[in-house]
Design a protein around this ligand. Structure first.
Ligand SMILES: Cc1cc2nc3c(=O)[nH]c(=O)nc-3n(C[C@H](O)[C@H](O)[C@H](O)COP(=O)(O)OP(=O)(O)OC[C@H]3O[C@@H](n4cnc5c(N)ncnc54)[C@H](O)[C@@H]3O)c2cc1C
Length: 391
């Protein structure tokens, strides 16, 4: 039976990031992914490498600061995959977020970015508002422009997986965990791969199964309980409409949430929704009410565009991802977006990850590496992840 220091369940951005960090630090690493690498949540995000301006509203200052640092690192390490992009925030007479509040938020955002190359913003003069792709001008009071970054999330995830493999990690796609036996001196994992069942041993296991984190916990013996969570679906629509020049940061006309209208490979991408799910299918589908919601907002802000029914004919693709949020009574929009790492006294060799952001995968990986080193001690590192470029 093969034996590893670390086995990672899940080949989304979290799992591959941890595999890269662990392999670089000299640990013998295995990653198993039941489908394609980066085929689930990490292919269906809003594709932003960002601090998350709107998280300032809910006081998540540390998350924003950390995300802005990570944005800086990713712009350096993966310039072909992570690219700066301008954001535009229009403020109307009826907007919930006033020009004063936006200016204050952007000032804090610039401070938290440590005034790096993207840490600046400006007010767009009224004479240039007509350039914003047919944006509604009636009632428009101000437009702010700031910077964040955009990525192809699936390609980024695959690039990190390749880097992990180049550092010696064993990475298997189409490999599903079937059972995990937690013992005092290590774990025994059984997984299916290439039509066969395989068994391996690992000293430590990281459960990075995204929305399926508690399904993986249900495969563990002796049994343990997972953290109570909600699954919140976020839908996106890709429209056959020429791409806007930057990203429009819009306040939903229905519920004041933030919606993005973004360029995506020459077309227009709109997202996202927050639909709490009762149960999780292996492939979630965008619902009719999500389509109506997103197109309704688009039509509200782009009044010269066709009506919602005609816009529907312009949909070339829909996709959705599922967020894992701690169970709370507050709306999904207000809940914390940081990664929660859970281990237990009864199962000290298993660490489970809940939630998180694409942007912060490197800082999550670094924290998981600290957990690994606390258990196994330090090894002879074979590379410095802070200087490994991704492409
Ligand atoms: C709609 C939406 C928009 C978002 N937008 C952004 C954004 O713009 N910027 C940002 O920073 N973050 C964003 N996020 C958050 C970000 O996308 C996620 O935090 C991140 O992709 C989660 O990655 P993950 O690896 O934890 O999960 P996943 O990518 O879902 O990976 C988990 C993997 O585990 C695998 N798996 C499950 N069970 C098993 C098993 N038994 N055996 C083997 N493998 C298994 C799955 O197949 C899956 O590939 C968004 C999230 C959503 C839902």
């Amino acid at each position: 039976m093969s034996s590893f220091d670390i086995a990672i369940i899940g080949g989304g951005i979290s799992g591959v990031g941890i595999a890269q960090f662990a392999a670089a630090a000299g640990f013998r690493t295995l990653l198993i992914e039941k489908g394609d690498i980066g085929g689930q949540t990490s292919a269906n995000s809003s594709k932003l490498i960002h601090g998350g301006l709107r998280y300032l509203e809910t006081g998540q200052i540390n998350l924003v600061r950390k995300s802005l640092q990570e944005r800086r690192h990713l712009l350096d390490l993966a310039p072909s995959l992570v690219k700066p992009i301008p954001f535009y925030i229009p403020v109307y007479s009826g907007s919930q977020r006033s020009a004063f509040a936006i200016r204050a938020g952007l000032s804090l955002y610039a401070v938290l970015s440590e005034f790096d190359c993207l840490g600046r913003f400006s007010s767009v003069p009224a004479v240039h508002w007509h350039r914003l792709n047919g944006l509604k001008l009636q009632g428009l009071k101000a437009v702010f422009q700031y910077w964040d970054a955009q990525t192809d999330d699936k390609l980024l995830t695959q690039a990190v997986a390749r880097s992990a493999q180049a550092l010696g990690a064993d990475v298997y796609a189409e490999a599903e965990l079937l059972s995990l036996e937690h013992q005092s001196d290590g774990c025994k994992l059984t997984f299916s791969h290439a039509g066969k069942e395989q068994e391996v041993e690992a000293k430590l296991v990281v459960n990075a199964a995204g929305p399926w984190v508690n399904d993986v916990i249900a495969k563990v013996t002796p049994p343990l309980a997972g953290v109570e969570l909600d699954w919140v679906q976020g839908a996106h629509l890709l429209l056959d409409i020429p791409a806007p020049e930057g990203i429009l940061y819009l306040e939903s006309c229905f519920d004041k949430r933030v919606i993005f209208v973004m360029p995506w490979y020459g077309q227009t991408l709109i997202g996202t929704t927050e639909t709490v799910l009762e149960h999780l299918d292996s492939q979630q589908a965008v619902t009719e009410s999500e389509i109506q919601y997103l197109l309704g907002i688009y039509r509200h802000y782009f009044p010269l565009s066709p009506d919602v029914e005609q816009l529907k004919a312009k949909i070339v693709k829909t996709f959705c991802g599922v967020r894992v949020l701690p169970k709370q009574s507050s709306s999904a929009f207000e809940r914390p977006r940081d990664t929660l790492m859970q281990t237990s006294v009864s199962h000290p060799r298993l660490l489970s990850l809940y939630g998180g952001k694409l942007t912060t995968f490197r800082s999550t990986s670094s924290e998981v590496l600290q957990w690994i080193e606390q258990h196994l001690g330090k090894r002879q590192a074979i590379a410095d992840v802070n200087s490994l470029s991704l492409s």
